[in-house]
Design a protein around this ligand. Structure first.
Ligand code: NAG
Ligand code: NAG
Ligand code: NAG
Ligand code: NAG
Ligand code: NAG
Ligand code: NAG
Ligand code: NAG
Ligand code: NAG
Ligand code: NAG
Length: 858
């Protein structure tokens, strides 16, 4: 009897603890609901031109659609390489693309509702011809938490998934990627999603010393392990909060001692308070490991799970229980140990939940000081001597979450501002010095770079304005519209904009501030390496697109320079052109006419815009082909666009197509004996010339290839790359070629126009498109040839089809000509070029550019 009382005593205290926990939850949680709609929900398929839809129905936004969150100095430097090693079952469409950063780059998200948020990061080091992502080393931080420090994925076949739960109290958050020196950073996909308010409460049971732990809200958490014990993996599709639960087998010590039990999920009843389907889904509670019925001498042992952890951190451990094994109430009593320390003594589930098959969970905080062996060990075992019933113990689910340390870090001892928070003062001093030296070196490197640019820009007569590039170093955001100091006279564009360039009207900063409501973030329609693009309205009511360069970005400067130089030299009806610029204060701003009908892609798919007729599509293709043909042949050197795609073909109010975005463009081979330019591969995949990709040698034929993809995109009204489709259909270029070879091209035509295309017109068009996609550049036609074939296709359509004349939106003599006269490519060349110069001279221009992402970024 005495022993019994002792046993009861130890039982009563934890029971009271457990009960208060239970009551607390009861009050807080109220009615449980099994579905949760996050107030903040940002899902990004980084580096991808297209959305990705996962099998759980969630859509990850493409790069263009998410560009407004991103603030970076980069181009899209992404790679997709056939199909990488996707043997792993966790391989997702998200892993097919990545975004690569050379410089510190940030995603910024606005928060609708403060509280705990998931940050989920997907890393897979895709093969890339220029960048070795397995050697990429970088740091990822939020405003005040270090998520990863000096992180890298060294194994090229490894998929790394990181999951955090961060309590956010402000109205926005920055997710910052900082590459280490001589390295890049990369990311394949990002989730930033609200978590339910009551998912993590502020208190838990402290294990060592035993007691109550309060203040969990102050800690950032990283999910280290989440196990569905005794059951299969649970994928995001089957979880209420898109979580993944692993099977427990790899962590089970002495598996022979365990027996799994599964019951139908409809037997599980969530309590009125406490566990909800959001805490863990039915499938976690419907499977369990219990002690195997050894039937032998010593039934007294523990079920033991052991997981490796970083012993310098404390951990929040959540254990899920649901008695689906007992036949009656009060049959099951067992002890719970965390790292050998008793967590609950004599846990009696049925008296807590007043029933069987009712979920229950309990949280423990394990202090780092109690982690002796680099592992978290969870044990459940029978309570001795208490009851006569069969000794047994169960566990249904297990979560282990790392708690942030005093540096506000989940990885190492550096805090998010870069300072070292170790106990030892030595490293503190050294790192600061090192950081200082690093900064100084960085600044020097930047100066050298800028001087280099400056030199290049210097005019032959020695003309050079003062206060040039130093002002580019000022951060973009520090320039307020409200004050116009005397400094405003300093010309910052000066070394780029020289009086010889024809850049149109010179705007004052004030005018542009008014046009954009002081560069209101709401007016941002796109973000890229150069800075941001705003939609603005001039005093006279004209809508314009305003591109404001980011002066702190050398990459941005380069793209700006490229664009300015090209635009000042090129004038063509089918190329974007400039209205004006502003170089007041430290600004570099370009103003373009607004393209009322936006990117071509939006008129093909993914929107509710009316379908374009075949004739309209042909005219748009002809217009873009003219623009490209002019680029290739219109100047002495020839210019390669490098990023031809349907988002870079913009349509004005009359559906006249104009090629935009010359940020990546490159001058063609300088001398005649040179046939290509060697360069790092840039561009957008799905459109990327495979030969260029392989050999990194750029020719005009790379644009021709991309244009071929555009032609099929126009015909089939689907993205160039759609990872959601079956493998053979993912890449449009390959799929179309394959279908055409089978004589089945009609099967993949946009069904909206399928019946309206004349057979001859279609044949001609497909023939032209297919030739563009030839494996080798030499086998591809010139843009002039393509143009000629498209015009022919239009004529063939005109002769046979009864298309309405409304379709024909031609508003210029060029197009009328197209319909009446077919020229041989050779003639077409010279005539075209001549036309262009005419339009240049007559100053007709002021066409209409807009950057690719701009509309989509909205
Ligand atoms: C992937 O699967 C293929 C074929 O099953 C196999 O040859 C290859 O070794 C696997 N790769 C890895 C890294 O497991
Ligand atoms: C890789 O993925 C593709 C498309 O999803 C599939 O066809 C292929 O069989 C996969 N390869 C492996 C080794 O799983
Ligand atoms: C987040 O932190 C704030 C301030 O510490 C606290 O008031 C709030 O309850 C926390 N929210 C959650 C969901 O932890
Ligand atoms: C990439 O870097 C890793 C480690 O730095 C190296 O082992 C690997 O061989 C490199 N791969 C390539 C393709 O250069
Ligand atoms: C359950 O146990 C059986 C054998 O006892 C085993 O074959 C099965 O894989 C286990 N199921 C799970 C989900 O662990
Ligand atoms: C996931 O849910 C489906 C039904 O939605 C069910 O058939 C399947 O068994 C579930 N998977 C697991 C692992 O529970
Ligand atoms: C179960 O584990 C605990 C802690 O490690 C230990 O104290 C206890 O003796 C074990 N029980 C049995 C029956 O082995
Ligand atoms: C762990 O214990 C140490 C001292 O014992 C204490 O300073 C620290 O705050 C504890 N950490 C947590 C997360 O409880
Ligand atoms: C530490 O781990 C080793 C090997 O896993 C084991 O033999 C040892 O008993 C452990 N020590 C403690 C104190 O848990």
């Amino acid at each position: 009897m005495k022993g019994d009382r002792g046993g009861r005593l130890t039982l009563i205290i934890p029971l009271i603890l457990a009960l208060t926990h239970f009551i607390h939850n009861n009050v807080v949680l109220g009615a449980s609901s099994s579905s949760f709609t996050p107030s903040d929900n940002y899902l990004i398929n980084c580096g991808s031109p297209d959305n990705a839809v996962l099998d759980d129905g969630r859509t990850f936004k493409s790069d263009p659609q998410s560009s407004s969150y991103l603030s970076t100095d980069e181009d899209i430097l992404t790679s997709i390489n056939s199909f990488p090693n996707n043997n792993s079952s966790s391989f997702l469409p998200l892993h097919l693309t990545a975004r690569i950063f050379h410089h510190v780059s940030m995603y910024r998200f606005l928060i609708n509702k403060p509280g705990r948020h998931w940050i989920r990061l997907y890393f897979y080091p895709l093969p890339h011809p220029t960048y070795n992502l397995t050697s990429a080393t970088f740091t990822v931080t939020t405003d005040d938490i270090v998520l990863l420090h000096g992180f890298s994925v060294k194994d090229s076949s490894k998929i790394v998934f990181k999951e955090y739960l961060i309590n956010i109290t402000s109205d926005k958050i920055t997710l910052k990627f900082s590459p280490m020196k001589n390295s890049v950073a990369f990311i394949n996909a990002i989730e930033f999603v609200s978590a339910p308010e009551d998912l993590i409460s502020d208190s838990a049971s402290a294990v060592s010393p035993v007691g109550e732990f309060n203040g969990l809200n102050g800690y950032a958490l990283e999910v280290s392990y989440r196990l569905n014990i005794g059951g299969p993996a649970i994928t995001p599709k089957n979880d209420t909060l898109s979580r993944t639960w692993q099977p427990d087998d790899p962590f089970m010590k002495f598996p022979e001692g365990a027996k799994n039990v599964t019951v139908p999920t409809d037997l599980i009843t969530y309590p009125k308070g406490g566990a909800t389907p959001l805490i863990a889904p039915y499938w976690v509670y419907a499977t369990v490991d219990q002690m195997a019925d050894s039937g032998t001498s010593d039934p007294n042992f523990n079920l033991t799970w052991m997981m490796n952890v970083d012993p310098s951190f404390s951990y929040l451990i959540r254990l899920h229980f649901c008695d689906i094994v007992s036949k009656g109430l009060n049959e099951l009593y067992f002890n719970v140990y965390v790292n050998g320390i008793i967590g609950v003594s004599g846990l009696d589930l049925s008296s807590i939940t007043s029933g069987l098959a009712i979920p229950y969970y309990q949280d423990f905080v394990l202090n780092a000081s109690a982690i002796l062996n680099g592992s978290v060990v969870i044990q459940v075992g029978p309570t001795s001597n208490l009851h006569s019933s069969m000794p047994n113990a169960i566990l249904n689910g297990l979560e282990v979450m790392k708690m942030s340390n005093s540096a506000g870090s989940l990885d190492g001892l550096f805090s998010s501002d870069g300072s070292y928070k170790g106990i030892n003062h030595g490293p503190n001093v050294t790192t600061k010095v090192a950081a200082g030296v690093g900064l100084a070196l960085g600044a020097t490197a930047l100066l050298v770079l800028l001087i280099g640019i400056l030199r290049r820009q210097k005019r032959p007569n020695g003309y050079q304005k003062q206060k040039t590039f130093s002002s580019w170093l000022l951060p973009l955001n520090s320039t307020q519209c409200s004050f116009l100091s005397s400094k405003s006279k300093s010309t910052t564009f000066s070394s780029i904009i020289n009086p010889g360039l024809n850049l149109g009207r010179c705007f004052t900063l004030n005018e542009l501030c008014n046009a954009t409501k002081n560069f209101d973030e709401k007016a941002v329609v796109g973000v890229g390496g150069f800075g941001k693009v705003y939609l603005g309205e001039l005093e006279d009511g004209t809508t314009v697109a305003i591109k404001r360069g980011n002066p702190s970005s050398s990459q941005g400067i380069n793209e700006f320079q490229t664009e300015i130089h090209l635009l000042s030299k090129l004038r063509h009806r089918h190329l974007v052109s400039l209205i004006g610029y502003c170089d007041e204060q430290s600004e570099m701003i370009l103003v373009y006419e607004y393209m009322a009908n936006g990117p071509l892609r939006d008129h093909l798919y993914g929107s509710t815009l009316p379908t374009l007729s075949w004739r309209q599509r042909l005219e748009i293709c002809i217009g873009s082909a003219r623009g490209l043909h002019y680029l290739h042949t219109g100047s002495t050197q020839g210019i390669i666009h490098r990023d031809v795609k349907t988002t870079n073909i913009l349509l004005d109010e009359n559906f006249v197509a104009k090629v935009s975005d010359f940020g990546l463009s490159k001058a063609g081979p300088a001398s005649l004996d040179q046939t290509h330019v060697s360069t790092a591969v840039k561009g957008s995949f799905g459109y990327l010339d495979p030969e260029y990709f392989r050999r990194q040698q750029l020719t005009e034929k790379s644009d021709v290839y991309s244009f071929g993809v555009v032609l099929f995109e126009v015909l089939c009204a689907r993205p160039a790359l759609d990872p959601a489709l079956p493998r053979e259909q993912v890449n449009l270029a390959e799929w179309a070629k394959q279908q055409n070879a089978k004589g089945a091209i009609h099967k993949i035509i946009d069904h909206n126009i399928d019946g309206t295309i004349s057979q001859e017109s279609l044949m001609k068009y497909v023939e032209a498109a297919e030739k563009c996609l030839a494996e080798y550049g030499v086998d591809r036609p010139s843009m002039g040839d393509v143009l000629w074939n498209l015009e022919y296709a239009l004529q063939l359509q005109g002769n046979s089809s009864a298309s309405s004349s409304d379709d024909h939106r031609s508003d210029g003599d060029e197009n009328d000509e197209n319909n009446t006269k077919i020229e041989r490519p050779g003639e077409s060349h010279s005539k075209d070029t001549k036309d262009d110069h005419t339009s240049d001279d007559s100053g007709v221009v002021l066409g209409n550019p807009m950057f690719l992402e701009n509309f989509q970024g909205r």
